[in-house]
Each structure stands twice: as structure tokens, then as C-alpha cells.
Design a protein around this ligand. Structure first.
Ligand code: 2NL
Length: 361
């Protein structure tokens, strides 16, 4: 029995270890052999009852077996731990090539960007890519910044045309105005920054006018370029590129038509091609006025301390509501300001997808 019971313990332990599929089962085997009540522990305890000669021999054999079993048990632990780690790595593997999970639908939790804000973001992206910076200024302006500097004289009809909101007179006896266009910001830019200048000015503007197509508060974007040797060619190239990027129509027809503004000379209105009957932009043979533009009047340059023989430039202006309505086929101006959540959900833009110039905006 002596030699055989050791061989049996070795074999049975090896079989039990092989059958242990996880670390729990492995621990039960370990305790069954090496624990307080374990089979090897029992054999070691029984040594004391043997006579000295037999005890020495049997003790040496048991110690060899103990070392052997400990090594086998430890080896199986390492194997099971490695297998467990493999399984975890396989289960938790990340496929970094998967597309992102869709975020909640527009307007559900995230909210949406108001179409006016979205259009202004798009204008900043398009003109930003052409090297323009954004300039901002106050809504309450002096009469000189809003009219005088722009070559609109004291009793010029344009001052009435603009249906200006006047505020009570200041200490100088002159009445401040709510700006009727964003041009005073370009005036301030020319007064404070040396050329070359390339700015766009998105912002809120005010006129005492209210019907289906006019709101007393609305938004404009104007642009200004001042440098040496700027020509009408620069104006045309810049605005054609802008209109095609904004409406996302690579071959959008664009027409320049002579016009008049007191602050530009020559002045041009800009039309785009569309179908008057269907409202579709880009084809159809009809023309739609979309913005005003021109070469900055030499008197406006001089009013801002720039020598018109050295510096020239072009400027343009457009209504943000108008170009937004045309781009998205909106029929009515009033919902822009009514805060109707259903309308905002429908026309609002995804806050997680800001405008990109990858394929027009
Ligand atoms: C329109 C036309 C325009 C400008 C705005 C401008 C500004 C300065 C100097 C010269 Cl400081 N011009 N702005 C020029 C031409 C047209 O706007 O129809 N806006 C809605």
C-alpha cells in the first residue's frame, strides 16, 4: 500500500486538476490535497506513528510528492488564469472601426440649433475658409457710425427708408439709434485696425417695420475687404464662391446687376438662378435677388482715415432670415421668433454636427 497510495494520489490529483475548469474548481482540488484536512496533509500527519527508520524513508518520499503536487497545482493555476484573461480580452474587445452609436434624435434630449444661428455658423465657416475674421459691435450706435460715416447725409431719404428706431438724445444732443444694418461695425473696424482687412459681421439689426416679410428685429451679415489693388474681380469671385458653397449647388447661376447704395461705387445687386414657379434654386431661368454689394465709396474710406488712392476694397450685405428661408424652402418669416418647439425641432440643426466644408454646407 505504501508506494501505491502515493502514486494514486499523484494520478488522482493530476486528473482532478485537469478536470478543474475554473479557479473555483481548482481551489477545491488544492484544499482537498494540501489543506488542513487534505489527503497529503493526512499522510504527513500519519508519519508520527511510524518507527524512526520507516519514518525517514516515507518522509523523504512524501516531501518529494509534496513538491511535485505543489508544482502541478501552481502550474494549473497559471494555466487557468491565462485562460480567464484570454476569455476576458476576447469578450471586451473594442472594434474601433465601428461607426459611433447614434445619439438621441434631434430635439428629443439634445435640443437643436436655431436655423438663424445655424446659417450664421455656416457663413463663418465659408468665409473663415477664405481668410475672413468675425467682427462684432454694439446694437446701440451713434448716428454718425450708422449713417454719417457711410456717406448717408443728414436729410438723405435713406434715413427715413430705414425706419430707424431712435433713442432719447445723449449729452451731445444727438439721438443714438438701434443699428439699421451691421455696417457701423465695419466702420469701427476700419477706424481701429490697419489694413489689410477681411471681416464678416453677423449680427442683429433693427427697423421699425412689421409684416409677413419684415420683423422689427432681424439679422444681417455684411462683409468687408480692404487692401491694395482690390478690384471688382475679387468681389465677384468671392461672392460666387460663397453663394455656391452656401446653397450647395456647384454650378449655381450668379448674376451681377448695376444698382445704387450711398456707401459703394459702383454698386451691384447679386441675383441667383431659380425657378419662380417651383421655388427650386439653381435652374429654371428666373432670377432672384439675394444680396447687395459694391466697391467701398472713396468718401467712406476717407471718413475712416484711409487714403482712397492707396487702399480700396469691396463690401456686401445680406439678410440672414432671407437666405435661410430660401435654402430650406420656408414660406414665412414669423416662426423664426415664435419659439414653437415643433417648428424648432423640424428646422433646427444637429448640435453635434457643426457645419463642415467637405461638400458645401
Ligand atoms: C443689402 C446691401 C450692402 C454694404 C452693404 C458696406 C459697408 C461699409 C462700406 C461699404 Cl462699412 N459698404 N456695406 C455694401 C453694399 C451692400 O448691403 O442689400 N443688405 C441687406
Amino acid at each position: 500500500m505504501r508506494a501505491d497510495d502515493l502514486a494514486a494520489l499523484r494520478e488522482e490529483t493530476a486528473a482532478q486538476l485537469a478536470a478543474a475548469a475554473d479557479l473555483r474548481a481548482w481551489d477545491a482540488v488544492r484544499v482537498g490535497v494540501l489543506g488542513r484536512g487534505g489527503r497529503l496533509t493526512a499522510l504527513l500527519k500519519a508519519l508520527g506513528a511510524l518507527p524512526p527508520e520507516a519514518r525517514r524513508e516515507r518522509g523523504a518520499a512524501l516531501n518529494r510528492l509534496k513538491a511535485e503536487l505543489e508544482a502541478a497545482i501552481e502550474a494549473r493555476r497559471a494555466e487557468l488564469e491565462a485562460a480567464a484573461l484570454e476569455a476576458r480580452l476576447a469578450a471586451e474587445r473594442l472594434d474601433v472601426t465601428l461607426p459611433p452609436r447614434p445619439h438621441p434624435p434631434l430635439g428629443a434630449e439634445a435640443g437643436a440649433i436655431h436655423p438663424i444661428s445655424r446659417t450664421m455658423e455656416e457663413l463663418v465657416a465659408i468665409f473663415g475658409a477664405m481668410g475672413f475674421r468675425v467682427a462684432e459691435g454694439p446694437d446701440i450706435e451713434s448716428d454718425w457710425h450708422n449713417f454719417g460715416a457711410l456717406n448717408i447725409p443728414e436729410h438723405h431719404p435713406a434715413r427715413q427708408d430705414h425706419d430707424t428706431f431712435y433713442l432719447p438724445p445723449g449729452p451731445d444732443g444727438r439721438r443714438p439709434v438701434l443699428r439699421t444694418h451691421t455696417s457701423p461695425v465695419q466702420i469701427r473696424t476700419m477706424l481701429t485696425q490697419p489694413p489689410p482687412i477681411r471681416v464678416i459681421v453677423p449680427g442683429r439689426t433693427w427697423r421699425a417695420d412689421h409684416d409677413a416679410t419684415h420683423s422689427p428685429m432681424f439679422h444681417q451679415v455684411e462683409g468687408l475687404v480692404i487692401d491694395r489693388a482690390i478690384t471688382l474681380g475679387h468681389l465677384k469671385g468671392c461672392l460666387i464662391d460663397f453663394l455656391r458653397a452656401f446653397f450647395g449647388i456647384a454650378d449655381l447661376p450668379v448674376r451681377f446687376r448695376a444698382s445704387y447704395f450711398p456707401f459703394t461705387e459702383p454698386s451691384m445687386e447679386v441675383d441667383i438662378g431659380w425657378n419662380r414657379r417651383t421655388g427650386e434654386l439653381g435652374k429654371g431661368g428666373d432670377w432672384l435677388e439675394i444680396l447687395g454689394s459694391g466697391m467701398v465709396h472713396p468718401r467712406v474710406l476717407a471718413n475712416c482715415g484711409l487714403d482712397p488712392r492707396e487702399w480700396q476694397g469691396f463690401a456686401f450685405g445680406m439678410g440672414v432670415e432671407r437666405i435661410t428661408m430660401l435654402k430650406h424652402g420656408m414660406a414665412d418669416l414669423r416662426p423664426f421668433y415664435e419659439s414653437d418647439v415643433r417648428w424648432l425641432r423640424h428646422y433646427g440643426a444637429d448640435p453635434l454636427s457643426p457645419p463642415s466644408l467637405a461638400e458645401g454646407v
